[in-house]
Ligand binder design. Structure first.
Ligand SMILES: Nc1ncnc2c1ncn2[C@@H]1O[C@H](COP(=O)(O)OP(=O)(O)OP(=O)(O)O)[C@@H](O)[C@H]1O
Ligand SMILES: [Mg+2]
Length: 219
């Protein structure tokens, strides 16, 4: 099994405040090539869950494994592509540099040429070749989201974790982004776990998990 999530719990504790039990008991599995949508109301813990899946935060209890291994920084860099709720592009780097950046953090310099070539191919795939040397601020929201998709794919991940890829876009652009994500993952072993409020986006997934009161609600 590619991704195994077992009895995951997350409680935020802020001194002097009551503890916030966001996730109580969340278990599920994702196989290679599978597309899974995570839905739930605002504040249900969707971003919290994705951060735990990516190993960006530590659970209060439970475990997450990818290919049977705990998700460390090294595993994440090699196997996971992350699309954040806000695009998190670096404003002072141009589009091509933003897409190439994840490959620079752990690849040997010898493969930099290959990484740059792959970044250029992905920019082509998301329709932004002409914007390779623009800064993020010169792009629309939808275009920045497409750059973020290309960036998430540049290391050839096994799993894409995408937070609300349609969130702050108009619905037409949101649907385009979704089609693109699905298109790019189709016919590959790439697995997709995507947080979304969009019924259309969820319908493009093979499974929908609803987060409710810290658990996956029966569907
Ligand atoms: N670092 C933190 N410290 C304390 N509480 C937090 C922290 N991060 C998130 N929370 C709380 O955890 C709950 C879940 O937040 P989360 O961001 O996971 O929700 P979400 O489902 O992604 O919502 P949205 O759809 O609005 O993005 C919220 O009540 C939030 O206030
Ligand atoms: Mg969120």
């Amino acid at each position: 099994m590619l991704l195994e999530v077992k009895s995951l719990a997350k409680t935020y504790r802020i001194p002097g405040q009551p503890a916030v039990e966001v996730l109580k008991d969340v278990s599920f599995e994702v196989a290679s090539g599978e597309r899974v949508a995570i839905v739930g109301r605002s504040g249900a813990g969707k971003s919290t869950l994705l951060n735990l899946l990516a190993g960006l935060d530590r659970p209060t209890a439970g475990s997450v494994t990818l290919d049977g291994r705990k998700v460390t920084g090294k595993v994440r860099a090699a196997k996971i592509g992350f699309v954040f709720q806000s695009y998190n592009l670096l404003p002072e780097l141009d589009v091509l540099e933003n897409v190439t950046l994840p490959a620079m953090s752990f690849r040997a310099p010898a493969s930099m040429t290959a990484a740059r070539k792959r970044a250029a191919e992905l920019l082509e795939a998301v329709g932004l070749s002409a914007r390779a040397h623009h800064l993020p601020a010169e792009l629309s929201g939808g275009e920045q989201q497409r750059v973020a998709l290309a960036r998430a794919l540049v290391c050839g991940p096994e799993l894409i974790l995408a937070d609300e890829p349609t969130g702050n876009l108009d619905s037409l652009t949101g649907a385009d982004i979704m089609r693109l994500l699905v298109e790019l993952s189709k016919g590959t072993d790439l697995a997709l776990v995507m947080v979304t409020h969009s019924a259309e986006a969820a319908a493009a997934c093979s499974r929908v998990l609803r987060l409710e009161a810290g658990r996956i609600a029966a569907s």
